[in-house]
Design a protein around this ligand. Sequence first.
Ligand SMILES: NC(=O)c1ccc[n+]([C@@H]2O[C@H](COP(=O)([O-])OP(=O)(O)OC[C@H]3O[C@@H](n4cnc5c(N)ncnc54)[C@H](O)[C@@H]3O)[C@@H](O)[C@H]2O)c1
Ligand SMILES: O=C(O)C[C@H](O)C(=O)O
Length: 307
Amino acid sequence: MKVTVVGAGAVGASCAEYIAIKNFASEVTLIDIKEGFAEGKAMDLMQCASLNGFDTKITGVTNDYSKTAGSDVAVITSGIPRKPGMTREELIGINAGIVKSVSENLIKYSPNVIIIVVSNPMDTMAYLAHKATGLPKNRIIGMGGALDSARFKFRLAEALGCPASDVDGMVIGGHSDTGMVPLIGKAARNSVKVSEFLSEERMQQVVEDTKVGGATLTKLLGTSAWYAPGAAVSAMVQAIALDSQKMFPCSALLEGEFGLNDISIGVPCIIGKNGIEKIVEIELSDAEIAKIKESAEGVKKTNALLD
Ligand SMILES: NC(=O)c1ccc[n+]([C@@H]2O[C@H](COP(=O)([O-])OP(=O)(O)OC[C@H]3O[C@@H](n4cnc5c(N)ncnc54)[C@H](O)[C@@H]3O)[C@@H](O)[C@H]2O)c1
Ligand SMILES: O=C(O)C[C@H](O)C(=O)O
C-alpha cells in the first residue's frame, strides 16, 4: 500500500512515523510546500528504520504531486494549527484554500485514493474535500472522533484509576470545543457502565475535560497536539490497509443518517479497504440526539463560511 501524507509538520510526521513503525505500508510519501522540509523529515524517519525495525520506504518531496501518483490513501494535514486562545474554526480563512487545492491535486494523480482529512476545522474541511473532488462519500473520511475517543478513554481511565485498555467509550459529533458529544451513558469498564463507579458530577467532569482536550494541549504546548493525532490517523490507515472492518467515529458525509443531511460530522463508521464501509446508526437517547443536532448546527454555521 502507498500512503501520501500532505504536510510534513508535527501531525504529518507523527502519522508517517506511526505508519512506518507498524510496518503495514510499503511506501509513505511526505509532501510539503516548504522547500526541502518533507525530504528532511523523510530522511530523518528513514534513519529510524534499522533502529525500529520497519521496512516501509518513506520519501519526501516539495510540492510535486506526480510523486504521489498511485496512492491508495492520502492524509491531509497541511495547513496552520491553532495557537492558545483560538478556536479551530478561526483557521478556516487560511486552511480552506489549502485543503481545496491539495484535494484537487491529489485526485489528479491518484484517482482511486481514499482521503483522510485532518486539517482544521476538520468537519468543514472534510465537507470541502467532498465538494472539491466529488469523490464517492466512502472515500473521504474526516479524522476527529478517533482522537477525541482516545482522549475520552484517557480521562475515563484517570477518573476510574484504571488502565485505558480497560475502558471503552466513544465521542461523536463535531470536532470542536463545544460540538463534541462524548457518549458517557454508553462508556464502560470491561462491559460495566462507568456510572456504576463514578458520580454524576465526576462523569460530567470527564465529559467537559474531553471536549476541551485539544484546547488544553494547545495551551500547554503553544501549538496543537501531534502524537495522539498521528496515532489516530495511523490506526485508521491501518484499518483500510488490513481491511479490518473496525469501528471508529469519523466525520462522514450524511444523507439522512441521524436525521442529518448535507453535512460531514462525527458518527460511528466501519472502516475497511473501501474507506467508510458503513455508517452505523446506533441508538441514541433523546438527550444525545439533541446534542448531535446542536453540534450539527455549529458545523453548518462554519460550512456556511465556505460560500
Ligand atoms: N483533526 C484533528 O484531530 C487534528 C489534530 C491535530 C491537528 N489538526 C490540524 O492539522 C493541521 C496541521 O497541524 P500541525 O500541528 O501538523 O501543523 P504544522 O504547522 O506543524 O504542519 C503543517 C504543515 O503543512 C504545510 N503546508 C502548508 N500549506 C501546504 C500546502 N499547500 N501543501 C503542502 N503542505 C502545506 C506546512 O509547510 C507545514 O509543514 C492543523 O490545521 C491542525 O489544526 C487536526
Ligand atoms: O486542538 C486542535 O486545534 C488540534 C486538534 O484538533 C486536536 O484536537 O488536537
